[in-house]
Design a protein around this ligand. Structure first.
Ligand SMILES: *Cc1c(COP(=O)(O)O)cnc(C)c1O
Length: 402
């Protein structure tokens, strides 16, 4: 039993550092109010930013998709699993974000994690001379993509354009990739994308943008970070996820058609996996319509009003001990620092029926544990007021938070 003893020892060490992660089993659809073990909770932890995950039109579209296409795709895209619904979704997504690219084409993936592995390994396939410049706060899937590629990986400090510029200038690599989250998933701030794109164009580098938290929420039509910043370039490689604001699941890459053809030919996370159920792709066509249309516009405006409520001098957050990180997005982190205190704060909120994510290393740097509040258009301003009151009270009680 030595092998099991080793694991048990490692798990105990995690526990001693307050780093054990526990899952909770939810019995109701994703939404502002959920039920866990028979308890009603007000949830501020999903990434369902527009509140579409349980939208009646999407549920109907998924049923319709199953009626038309059945359930499983049966094979990978390269064999026989590439179904009409996937093709229609690719065309729709290419049109949706295409104004920001050149000769745009889109490719759908089972998950954003896989899309990121595919972009980085696909664009550097077999090229040990390539160099990847990776932002220090990037999502784990971008980090893993860089690890899986055989290219040289250089991490640049968060939002540090001067440092990145110097690294790019010093690089002799023929293929250079600058890889960044658009909205940082645990901090909520935006990458300086216009300046990053200018640097990339100056140094002949691709700019790979992971817009997991921007797609659907940023831009007047929800086209994401590219629309928000009005970017346009043939050297952009855009990744959007479809399980967050889009409310369904999966992801896509949009880029110049030559990039997409390269991924189809070379990206192993695209080639060697079963295509998603086509009914999901069918439902996503409705999701994109909702994001782009009046309903999306209304939901984004409501979400922005909820974010502004936290900022409000009268009714907003007033923290002294903890610190709210500056963020204009739906991701609103409250920096606490200590792992155990973060867990106690999360438990105290939970006791009051408020479910907020507690984020510890290795997801964030040691000493920067935090509550990660995520707002959604599904929340009412009354519900956000309830959260604000609870956080202000807990912050005021200081160290003894239980
Ligand atoms: C969620 C997320 C991903 C992964 O997307 P999935 O579809 O959940 O696999 C990638 N990048 C960032 C920044 C994310 O937040």
């Amino acid at each position: 039993m030595d092998l099991l003893n080793t694991l048990t020892g490692q798990l105990r060490a995690l526990d001693e550092q307050s780093l054990i992660r526990k899952r909770r089993t939810v019995d109701t659809p994703c939404g502002a109010r959920v039920s866990v073990d028979g308890r009603q909770l007000l949830a501020f932890c999903s990434n369902d930013y527009l509140g579409l995950a349980n939208h009646p039109k999407l549920k109907l579209a998924l049923q319709e998709g199953a009626a038309i296409y059945g359930v499983g795709s049966g094979a990978s895209h390269m064999i026989s699993g590439h179904v009409r619904a996937h093709a229609m979704l690719e065309d729709r997504l290419a049109e949706f974000v295409g104004a920001h690219l050149e000769s745009a084409r889109a490719l759908t993936f089972c998950t954003g994690y896989m899309a990121n592995l595919a972009i980085i390994t696909g664009l550097t396939a077999g090229d040990r001379e390539a160099e990847i410049f990776s932002e220090s706060l990037n999502h784990a899937s971008l980090i893993d993509g860089a690890r899986l590629s055989r290219a040289k990986v250089t991490v640049y400090p968060h939002a540090d354009l001067a440092a990145l510029g110097a690294l790019l200038a010093a690089s002799n690599a023929a293929t250079k990739l600058v890889v960044t989250d658009s909205v940082f998933s645990m901090d909520g701030d935006l990458a300086p994308l216009p300046a990053l794109l200018a640097l990339c164009e100056q140094h002949g580098a691709w700019l790979v943008i992971d817009d997991a938290h921007g797609f659907g929420t940023l831009g007047d039509h929800g086209r994401g970070a590219l629309e928000h910043f009005k970017l346009r370039s043939p050297y952009l490689v855009y990744m959007g996820t479809l399980g967050k604001a889009a409310g369904v699941g999966g992801a896509f890459v949009a880029a110049h058609e030559t990039v997409i053809e390269t991924l189809i030919q070379k990206a192993r996370p695209y080639i060697f996996t079963t295509a998603t159920p086509p009914a999901l792709a069918h439902a996503l066509l409705t999701s994109i319509d909702l994001i782009e249309g009046q309903e999306g516009i209304k939901r984004r405006a409501h979400l922005a009003a909820l974010v502004a409520q936290l900022d409000d001098g009268q009714v907003g957050l007033k923290l002294h001990r903890w610190r709210r990180l500056p963020s204009m997005t739906a991701i609103q982190p409250i920096l606490i620092g200590d792992n155990a205190e973060t867990m106690r704060a999360g438990a105290a909120l939970y006791e009051q029926g408020l479910w907020v994510g507690t984020i510890r290393p290795p997801t964030v740097a040691p000493g920067t544990s935090r509550l990660r509040v995520t707002l959604s258009a599904a929340h009412s301003s009354m519900e956000v007021a309830q959260l604000i009151t609870a956080l202000n009270n807990l912050d005021a009680t200081g160290k003894d938070v239980r």
